[in-house]
Design a protein around this ligand. Sequence first.
Ligand code: SF4
Ligand code: SF4
Length: 503
Amino acid sequence: MTLGSVPPKFKVSIDRDQCMDCGRCIENCSYGVYRREGDKILIESRKCTGCLRCVAMCPRDAITLTEKPIDYRSHPLWTREVREDIIKQARSGKIILSGMGNARDLPVIYDRLLLDACQVTNPSIDPLREPMELRTYIGKKPSKLNFRKTESGDVELETKLAPNLKLNTPIMIGHMSFGAISLNAQLSMAKAVTELGTYMGTGEGGLHRDLYPYQDHMIVQVASGRFGVNIDYLERGAAIEIKIGQGAKPGIGGHLPGEKVNEEVSRTRMIPVGSDAISPAPHHDIYSIEDLVQLIRSLKEATEWKKPVFVKIAAVHNVAPIAAGIARSSADAVVIDGFRGGTGAAPKVFRDNVGIPIEVAIASVDQKLREQGVRNEISIIASGGIRSSADLAKSIALGADAVNIGTAALVALGCRVCGNCYRNLCPWGIATQRPELVSRLDPERGAVQVSNLIRGWTMELSELMGAAGINSIESLRGNRDRLRGYMLDEGMLKILDVLPAGA
Ligand code: SF4
Ligand code: SF4
């Protein structure tokens, strides 16, 4: 007996009176929804992923997409999604893969945090007329500065400063590897961060030679599979990140489906063409903080102690003590990835169920590091579901030094968050290696869109800070007094160390 088919997620229809039969829908849909038969364009709605490429490209606005045209009989427990997952697994006997971040309809803490503004008794600052300091330094800060007098009578700094990354805006782009995304997507972002004076990550996919001109703005990554890692790669990066975990799949390694591993990806990652690249769950040389210290020091030694080394972890239940250990490990920054962090491919059960929200992770880590007197030892970089300048400002007020964005940068490149990144068919040329699809993304145009986004957020951050009477990012960092919780319970307010609205 067969399980039959499941109801389609989308119904695609063409307004035949508007349609001029140009065939752009057929050309643009990489999932094969449209085909021509005789003089008619036929539609197979069942294949539609809701990527909206056809809608965007139709010159006559003739295409309409309806979500869930036929649904299952409604049930609060046995939802459509639950039933479809069971049917999929009854057919395949496999793990269900998914792309992008946690898709469950859980409350977003950022939306229940409200920012402060000055009124009457304390003046706001106008960023259009007064300077705002948004420069952010990522790395260790000295607890005090010692100076000495030279023989000529000049004063010289005696304290040896650790290498820091200087960011013109507290927004970086997180690690998305070549393989998971296309070279044109990486190039777009590399051009943008170089122009803006910030940084992006290479992901665990090595550094393609076309990105060498932007290497001073790239953070190279050492993950458990060590793909693409050699001394040349380490030396090219502005900083090095050791990836222990990822918000979308804490506790397991990266997964690049074999169909995305073409010749170029294979050369850059140093893996065979067509093979699934599955990184081990742990680093096989890290079983304790002491082991982590050894790896950090080896990487620093190999690069002559010139580069900051970051450690990226997923936000999990005991994130605060883990971060405190990392702060003592000689790392320069801890990157914390919340459970809404995106991914090219992750088991859906991990993406939707493992880890904790980034908001609580930032607050508890910042608090723990302050309590233990090691906050200056390490910077906090927050990532995982940062959608706007408001999320950015709230992250910094909760205690982050800077944020990494991922999905937001992809949306600026055209991504419609359809969640099919693992299929190598991204019609926007982002999460694919197919040359005919990659060529749809122009890196020059992509760079303008990504830099526009970061510039816009930076301006909004200045405005939000100015309205709160703050003219320096240093004064916003960890300043939870400028936040109030709305519709958050007492336990959550306590963890966030934020007062309720009205208090
Ligand atoms: S998959 Fe995308 S391009 Fe194809 S029909 Fe659906 S929305 Fe249009
Ligand atoms: S990158 Fe492409 S495949 Fe992935 S969610 Fe965005 S539009 Fe869909």
